[in-house]
Write a protein that binds this ligand. Structure first.
Ligand SMILES: NC(=O)C1=CN([C@@H]2O[C@H](COP(=O)(O)OP(=O)(O)OC[C@H]3O[C@@H](n4cnc5c(N)ncnc54)[C@H](O)[C@@H]3O)[C@@H](O)[C@H]2O)C=CC1
Ligand SMILES: CC(C)CC(=O)C(=O)O
Ligand SMILES: [Mg+2]
Length: 357
């Protein structure tokens, strides 16, 4: 029997609620598909700061490095917003991504048939959407130096640096090419090269690397236009390749094509070593503790973990089919409710999905 060791980071806000569902789902899948999964739970984010004074304790990072894969819920809360930047839960997340060298964040945006009417856009606009955002994850403005605050001047100033070297752009482009080759072979690289030098290097490097693969059709788009096009005609995109900040923003926007940010999973990957599988959404403090969060983004992240991280493709498919069955029977969490469907709590929809596995 195959044995896997995964680390579960429940984090903050709705994290523990959606993690509880994920744990039960993974246990059922492991039974049905005959593999053994050890789930090691570690503190991470604000909850880790409370206990250890740091959001990403060494012990948690070490355990993640030793695992087959990491399943992460979400971190952050308003109560940590006044902490020194390096102590904030979000900084812990950046530290984890960097420590595991997770340079590629893969965010698939797929419309589930039964949710065609749940999108904030018209059905005709979203029905052909099937795109993947390939986002660079450990460079760009989230990591660039210098960064800081100047407080000893009359007018306070703050600054960040958006920086990439060509190696960083090359390796994420290669990932986008690999993914595009398994799909419609179209890459749209999104940048702001009409204004930024760093984006010009991005554009030149992407062109240089993609031109070596004659199967790939490359287009370029400025990020402001890309935001507009994602709402105007999202079906035009296959693979969107972009930098850390732009990918972060565009994928939240793209989430609404699917009906809710509670539906969007992601995989943060390295060329070798464990990946981190994490929903696109944050800790949703506004609904935390109410058992009303949508656990599906985390379950779809678990599905990506099974497929990409553990090679358990059948289990991943079983989970996705179970999710689709529950949605097609009209069960929804509150974020997807439209009056004609039955609204269930986070744990209730979790149980429905488990029953379909
Ligand atoms: N990967 C992570 O852990 C991330 C953490 N954050 C952190 O999360 C906290 C909240 O950030 P926000 O900007 O409010 O973004 P958010 O994604 O947490 O929430 C935005 C809106 O979407 C809703 N929402 C999010 N996930 C949902 C789900 N699964 N089911 C139903 N509704 C859901 C929330 O209730 C809220 O109204 C902040 O501390 C932020 O820094 C934000 C983004 C990513
Ligand atoms: C909270 C951040 C570190 C990043 C973020 O919003 C994301 O990765 O989606
Ligand atoms: Mg984000």
């Amino acid at each position: 029997m195959k044995k896997y060791k995964i680390v579960l980071l429940s984090g903050d806000g709705i994290g523990p609620e959606i993690s509880e569902v994920s744990k039960k789902v993974l246990k059922k899948l492991s039974k049905n598909h005959n593999f053994d999964i050890e789930i090691i739970e570690k503190l991470f984010g604000g909850i880790a700061y409370e206990k250890y004074g740091t959001p990403a304790p060494d012990e948690t990072l070490d355990q993640c490095k030793k695992s087959d894969a990491v399943l992460l819920a979400c971190v952050g809360d308003i109560k940590y917003d006044s902490l020194a930047r390096e102590l904030r839960p979000e900084s812990g997340l950046l530290k984890l991504r960097s420590a595991l060298n997770l340079f590629a964040n893969i965010r698939p945006v797929k419309i589930r048939k039964s949710l065609l009417d749940a999108s904030s856009l018209k059905k005709e606009i979203v029905e052909h959407v099937d795109l993947i955002v390939v986002r660079e994850l450990i460079g760009g403005i989230y990591f660039g130096k210098p960064r800081g605050h100047i407080t000893n001047t009359k007018i306070p100033k703050a600054f960040n640096t958006m920086v990439y070297d060509s190696n960083e752009i090359e390796r994420i482009t290669e990932i986008a090419i690999k993914i595009a080759n398994q799909r419609n072979k179209k890459i749209c690289s999104v940048d702001k090269s009409n204004v930024l030098e760093v984006s010009q290097l991005w554009r030149d490097t992407v062109l240089n690397i993609t031109s070596k693969d004659k199967n790939i059709s490359l287009s370029n788009m400025y990020v402001d236009n890309a935001a507009m096009q994602l709402v105007r005609d999202p079906g035009q995109f296959d693979v969107i390749l972009t930098s850390n900040l732009f990918g972060d923003i565009l994928s939240d926007l793209a989430a609404m094509l699917t009906g809710s940010i509670g539906m969007l999973p992601s995989a943060s990957l390295n060329n070798n070593g464990p990946g981190v599988f994490e929903p696109v959404h944050g800790s949703a403090p506004d609904i935390a503790g109410k058992n009303i969060a949508n656990p599906i983004a985390m379950l779809l992240s678990a599905s990506m973990m099974l497929k990409i991280g553990l090679n358990e493709e059948e289990a991943a498919e079983n989970l996705e089919t179970a999710i689709d069955k529950v949605l097609s029977k009209g069960f929804r969490t509150a974020d997807l409710a439209d009056g004609s469907t039955e609204v269930l709590s986070c744990s209730e929809i979790g149980d429905k999905i488990i029953n379909e596995i």
